[in-house]
Design a protein around this ligand. Structure first.
Ligand code: FES
Length: 272
């Protein structure tokens, strides 16, 4: 006789058109480990970045400005003389200036194809893992509000390129000393250099970038330059998950490094 379907479950893998298998899944490995570690890692970053974004303090120590606070767009921002800053919002903006900026990298990461998979699995169990049925009885995918907004990702990509450009400029300025003279190199300069390399490789490994570079073409043979670029982006794209994590960690570390300097907890070792 056919095994009975769980009561109240008539959708997804329990739909009448699917094989009637009573157990939620047949996996015997530790399938829960990856989503659990992912959720813990993302949660830790959210807690850290929320604290730092709202702190509105200890984000500048010449010549370093935290990537969470660059560019400065309000009057209440400390390092106005530092780099690509513009007093767009003037003095009426009383909150942390990081909040004006973080919306762009945050939107980029929140709508990223990899992070979507990560937090759908880690936080919503939708589904928790491959071949493990999700607990929800309904599934509307990303075709309706609010998840249809995930389609904004390609536009966030353009902002992310802009932000990466500004952080590149900040990294160049990390090779000036506190008197704005060129020729300085401290441990912080290297921290910034590694961070911007990871930010760029993550940004360029984006699926939208791959489509912008090589999509909508009928014949690659007629577009050799785009074909070559598409090949390079594809190579980065294979490592998108790795780059998503390493750049997330490096941006937090770069911010934390500035925090340590600004609070006086650490002195930037200088190489020259
Ligand atoms: Fe991950 Fe675009 S898909 S950044």
């Amino acid at each position: 006789t056919e095994p009975s379907r769980p009561a109240g479950r008539r959708t997804g893998v329990h739909d009448a058109s699917r094989a009637a298998i009573a157990p939620r899944h047949l996996r015997t490995d530790r399938w829960w480990l990856a989503p659990a570690v992912t959720a813990a890692g993302l949660f830790a970053f959210v807690v850290y970045s929320t604290w730092r974004a709202f702190a509105n303090a200890d984000y500048y120590h010449a010549p370093y400005v935290s990537p969470f606070y660059s560019p400065c767009l309000a009057d209440n921002c400390a390092p106005m003389r530092h780099g690509p800053n513009a007093d767009v919002f003037g003095s009426w903006w009383g909150l942390s200036p990081a909040l004006l900026i973080l919306v762009f990298p945050l939107g980029f990461r929140l709508t990223c194809y990899y992070y979507r998979k990560a937090y759908y699995r880690g936080f919503w169990a939708s589904p928790p893992a491959c071949a493990v049925a999700e607990p929800h009885t309904k599934y509307s995918g990303e075709t309706r509000f609010p998840l249809i907004l995930q389609n904004l990702h390609r536009y966030f990509f353009y902002f992310a390129v802009l932000v990466a450009g500004i952080l590149t400029y900040d990294t160049a300025l990390a090779f000036r000393d506190e008197h704005y003279r060129w020729g300085h190199m401290g441990l912080g300069s290297l921290v910034f250099l590694v961070n911007i390399a990871l930010i760029w490789t993550y940004t360029l490994s984006c699926h939208s970038c791959r489509h912008i570079v090589g999509g909508r073409l009928r014949h690659f043979s007629k577009h050799p330059v785009r074909y070559r670029l598409w090949g390079w982006v594809g190579k980065l794209n294979e490592r998108h998950m790795l780059l998503a994590w390493t750049s997330l960690i490096s941006v937090a570390l770069a911010d934390f490094y500035v925090y340590l300097l600004a609070t006086g907890a650490f002195d930037d070792p200088r190489f020259f």
